[in-house]
Write a protein that binds this ligand. Sequence first.
Ligand SMILES: C[S@@+](CC[C@H](N)C(=O)[O-])C[C@H]1O[C@@H](n2cnc3c(N)ncnc32)[C@H](O)[C@@H]1O
Length: 348
Amino acid sequence: MLQSARRRIDLLLGRRTEFAPPQPPPPADAQALRDDLERWLAGTPERYGRTFLHAKPLFVTRPERGLFARLENYGLVERLGPSIYQPRVRLFPLYGRFIATDLLTHGTPDQVFSLMFEQVYLVRNMDVQAGDRVLELCLGSGVNSLFAADAAAAVTGVDINERALAFARFNEALAPAVVPIEQVHGSLYEPLEGERTFDLILVNPPFELVPEDETWFLHSDGGEDGLDVVRRLLATTPGRLAPGGRFEIITWSPGSPDGPLLVDLMREGLPGMRLTVHVLDVQPIDAHLETFKDRPGFDAFRARLSAQQLDEVYFLFVHAAPTATPGVEVVTPEAEVQACRALAGAWL
Ligand SMILES: C[S@@+](CC[C@H](N)C(=O)[O-])C[C@H]1O[C@@H](n2cnc3c(N)ncnc32)[C@H](O)[C@@H]1O
C-alpha cells in the first residue's frame, strides 16, 4: 500500500518512469530516421545530449518539429505540451548507430542497461572473425551483437529479460547489421539446443556485488561477490565451444592479494585455454558497495567479503583461446583504455 503510493508520487514527480519499449521502425524509414538523428546530433550536440543522454524535457523549435513527431511515433519521446517533449529512452550514438536503452528512472528490475565504457571496449576489442558463429550471452540492448553481426557469419543473442530483447529488436531495426541477430529468450545456455556450439562466445554479465535478499536490477545482480552468473555460465561453456572456439568476457571481479577471482574461475572452468587478461581498472571494494551501505545486513555482508580478503575490484576483459601452451598473460592496455574512456565520457 505504502509502496504503491510512493510509486505513484514518484511517477508524478518524474523520479520514476514506466515507458513501454520503443517500436521498431519499418525498413523503409530506418535509414531516414538515422540520417535525421545524425544531422540533429551534429547540428546541436548539446540539445541532443540534454534530451537523449541526460533525459531532460526539450522545448522543440519549429525546424525540429518534424523529427520529434516521428520520434514520438516510434515511442522514443512523449509529447508533454504543444512543443515540449520528454525522452522515453536514452539513445547512445556509437560508430554510426544509435542504441536505445532505458532511462535511469525506469525503476523496475527489468531496466535495460545503459551504454558505458564496457560496451565501447568490447565493440572495439572483440575478436570476431569472418565465418564465426557468435553467441552473446546477456544480450541486453544488443549493442555488442550488432557490431559483431557486421563481421560474423551468424549471431545469436540470449537474454533472460524480455524488455531487453524488445530494445534489441528496436536497435536492430534502426540500424540492421550485415547478418540478422537470432534472439533467444531464457537463462544463459538453457534455451539453446544441447548440441549447438559456437566459434566465439561473448558476455558482459551482471557484475555488481549485491547482498543476498536484495532485489536488484537483472542487468547488474551478480550476487554477493558479483560472480554468480559467471560461475553458472562457466560450468557449461566448454561444451558450447566449437573446436578452436574462443570465449570473451568483460566484467568487474573482486580480488584478494592473490589477484582477481575471475581469473581463478576461468582457469578452472576453461582448462587448456590461454587467458589474455586486460586489466582496465582496479578500485577499492568499498567504492562498489556504496549503494547498499545503509541497508540492513550490510555489515554482515561486508564482513563476509573481508573474511575472503576481497579488498579490491578489478575491471577486466579476458580473451580465452585454446592453445598448446595454456596459461595466463596479463596486459594493461593504457592507450586503448584512454581511447574508450574518451568515447564513453562524451555520454556523461
Ligand atoms: C550488464 S548487462 C549487459 C547487457 C549487454 N550485453 C550490454 O553490453 O549492454 C547484463 C544483461 O544480462 C541479462 N541477464 C541477467 N541474468 C541473465 C541470465 N541468467 N541469462 C541471460 N541473461 C541474463 C540482463 O537482462 C542484462 O541484459
